[in-house]
Design a protein around this ligand. Sequence first.
Ligand code: NAD
Length: 364
Amino acid sequence: MIIGVAKEIKNNENRVGLTPAGTEALCKAGHTVLIEKNAGGGSGFQDESYRKAGGLIMSDKKALFAEAEMIIKVKEPLPEEYELFHEGQILYTYLHLAPEPALAKALLSKKVVGIAYETIEGPNHSLPLLSPMSEVAGRMAVQIGAQFLEKPYGGKGVLLGGVPGVEAAQVVIIGGGIVGANAAKMAVGLGARVTIIDRSLERLRYLADIFGSRVVTVMSNSYNIANWVRKADLLVGAVLIPGAKAPKLVSREMVETMEVGSVIVDVAIDQGGSIETVDRITTHSEPTYTQYGVIHYSVANMPGAVARTSTLALTNATLDYALQIANKGWKQAVLDHPGLAKGVNVLDGKVTYQSVAAALNTVY
Ligand code: NAD
């Protein structure tokens, strides 16, 4: 198969859909890999590394799209890319079609086979191509929180881990899923006092087993949340109700009880945020604002700041499916793997994923 790797054009998007290692694996399997010039530059992968791995560098984006049978990307195509696709071409990327009717329309009219990272399923309905970014964001949440707790960044001047004779800071994490567990790992590693609040008793049991006495696990209800938010030096929002807007679990009044110079990192901002005072999306260039003396961080694409790590983490998860699609052709690959079949969102001019069809108000 001829595979094309497009350079991302979204503002501040430095990730790339395939690394030199992935290029080598696909070439060794007998495929041709076309890499758009400087596609990996933002993640620290130079054209030369792709060339050495067997890839062909192309500076003509249009020609790359015309030749490729499968396009590998990271983010959904932008309007200037819509015209580049052709009938029967496979697009393998994060698609997020539900809020993007114009993109859906373009892919339907071009009869593209759109395979979305975000809906490919692993065992137990897990989402294996979303998890790597949650791992990155969870770990970053504590790193970022630690920085903004420093005085020069407006924080209260507290070191997360404390030192002998001085107590460690209190980290409170609401939502103990992938983001929450990874945030806890970092916070525990730095020596902070860590509390995880979740509504799932099963999940709390798991976290208690993993972390033992290094974390306090607490059942989620407004009484417990109010009690722990008051004590938090760093509050991390990490809840998810799949397919729904994040519930507002921390009220304005609760935030008012936090000490001046405390920090909130609401990772769940991409689903609307779980904290009432988190009322806007911030950016990497202006990541914070202050309310009630508390620093608020609500960047919706946190992994973008660590593009190299994120590219490696993402492609670790995407490459195996890319190989299956390329080796077998998409039809056989989805027949052999029902989880991969869940990734097919558009096909032959039709929407093939139920919730996307519902969001777009079209037939499924
Ligand atoms: P997950 O499904 O693994 O975990 C969510 C957890 O929230 C679950 O354990 C669930 O039991 C818990 N939860 C649900 N309702 C709750 C409630 N009322 N009280 C307490 N806990 C509750 O999800 P995840 O992968 O950890 O993702 C968490 C959020 O982070 C999602 O919104 C995701 O989109 C977001 N995210 C954001 C970024 C970013 O850059 N900002 C990056 C990655 C993920």
